[in-house]
Design a protein around this ligand. Structure first.
Ligand code: NAP
Length: 433
């Protein structure tokens, strides 16, 4: 009898979990990868920057997993709304929550609800054509934009705002974003970090890229850099990243019209404006035991757009324990919430690491299932799910449906671009027919 596993979320964490289960049980496992969107690949499609196509090549691997025997993609099904986790636990021998962390962590400062303040999940979703954010209004008419956070998401957002339309058009950035960015007045981009260059979590390639943009120029205040001897204590990769920041401090001003200003040692304290964001108020900080402490010295950064890139939270699901403080599911290090229910990827360990970090997560969840001695309870789980969904009038989509959408997106791509994403679920379902 085959083991039946439901994996919720068709992003990297879900596919690596499926891959691990296939390796463990071969022909003796049936896997349904369920996603709320009609399209697979989660963060690869909606999170990874459109101008980082090489990272997206990993979807070939996920495709091979999905085409493996006994493995299905069940799209357009929202767990918690169309089917409950309790029902899935009844039908399947194991359920794995690989739902990522799609919600922005709130900034929690006065004025953060003003129009013009958005989270990176929304902004990244907008330029990547995520159906939830296709209609987002991004104010681009002010010369300033402030990006809060010193991680790679902040760099992605800055780079998208800084690039020329010609640089963007050859990526799979959504057409609505290209159209809006074509008229952008943004010239001064500020990346605001509450700590310093040594504490920033940018990676080397992402930081270095900012030095090679057609019309934008990175600026680091030399006084924000620690004495160069202190770089010796850094891990080699991180030291290289800091070397890029040092080189930005030495760059001549040049002719480029857009600046990307690293505002280190600045803590956001308020967003102000008359009915909309007009400036971000920041307080200068100093480090005490590695933590940012305010000095009381305030500055205003003029901006009509504030993007908070300060981390994400997993969405809670009815009937599943949830750690509100950490913004993710509780459980042990292997990903076990309780015997039969598991979590992998960001839903288990929070929003950190690279795409590849999810791979060992998938394997550890499968090891936990083996250790738990899961046994097949019998029955045709895929048929049971289909019956339940049909009874509720839920129209699910298959991997073959996705292959059709994939071909349609590739066919409608701008010249030089890999695809033009379909950003409306209604349109997707119409095309599937
Ligand atoms: P991140 O690397 O954890 O950075 C979050 C930043 O937000 C940190 O600088 C943090 O500062 C700051 N922050 C948190 N709360 C704050 C607050 N209340 N006020 C001001 N600043 C605050 O997270 P991320 O940029 O969202 O990226 C998530 C993961 O995806 C990371 O592992 C990242 O490397 C990965 N990613 C990779 C790529 C790529 O490889 N190309 C692209 C995008 C994302 P403190 O350090 O002081 O807490």
């Amino acid at each position: 009898m085959s083991l039946n596993i439901a994996i919720i979320g068709a992003g990297p964490a879900g596919y690596y979990t499926a891959e691990a289960a296939q390796k463990q049980w071969g022909a003796d496992v049936r896997i349904d990868i369920i996603d709320r969107l009609p399209t697979p690949y989660g963060l690869i499609r909606a999170g990874v920057a459109p101008d980082h196509q090489s990272i997206k090549a990993v979807t070939k691997r996920y495709e091979a997993t999905n085409l493996g025997a006994g493995t299905r993609f069940v799209g357009n099904v929202m767990v918690g709304r169309d089917v409950s986790v309790a029902e899935l636990l009844d039908i399947y021998d194991a359920v794995v929550l690989s739902v990522g962390a799609p919600h922005d962590k709130p900034i929690g400062i006065p004025g953060d609800d003003l129009p013009g303040v958005i989270g990176s999940a929304a902004f990244v979703g907008w330029y990547n054509g995520h159906p939830d954010f296709a209609g987002l209004q991004v104010p681009l008419s002010h010369h300033g934009a402030a990006i809060i956070g010193n991680g790679n998401v902040a760099i992605d957002c800055a780079r998208i705002l800084a690039k020329t339309v010609a640089e963007l058009e050859v990526s799979d950035i959504a057409q609505h974003a290209v159209d809006a960015l074509r008229g952008s007045a943004i010239r001064d981009i500020h990346i605001v970090g509450r700590r310093g260059p040594h504490q920033a979590s940018f990676t080397t390639k992402e930081a270095g890229e900012l030095g090679h943009l057609e019309r934008a120029h990175p600026v680091v205040r030399p006084g924000d850099l620690p004495p160069i001897e202190e770089d010796a204590a850094l891990e080699p990769g991180h030291r290289k990243m800091v070397t890029h920041l040092r080189s930005f401090a030495d760059l001549p001003r040049g002719e480029k019209p857009v600046t990307i200003n690293f505002e280190f040692f600045r803590r956001p304290v308020a967003v102000e404006g008359n009915g909309k964001a007009e400036r971000l108020i920041v307080e200068t900080t100093r480090l005490e035991n590695g933590q940012a402490v305010g000095t009381g010295e305030l500055h205003a950064i003029p901006c009509g757009l504030v993007i908070a890139c300060i981390g994400y939270r997993t969405a809670s699901i009815d009937g599943v324990p949830y750690d509100t403080a950490k913004g993710r599911f509780p459980g042990d290090d292997a990903g076990r919430i309780f015997r039969g229910l598991y979590a992998s990827g960001w839903a288990r360990r929070g929003p950190s690491g690279t795409i590849g970090t999810n791979r060992p997560d998938g394997f550890s969840v499968v090891e936990a299932m083996v250790a738990d001695g899961l046994a097949a309870k019998g029955g045709d789980a895929p048929a049971a799910l289909d019956g339940l969904l049909a009874g509720r009038g839920v129209r699910s989509t298959s991997f073959a449906d996705w292959q059709g959408l994939d071909a349609a997106e590739i066919a409608r791509a701008r010249p030089g671009a890999p695809r033009e994403k379909i950003v409306s679920v209604t349109e997707m379902l119409g095309l599937i027919g």
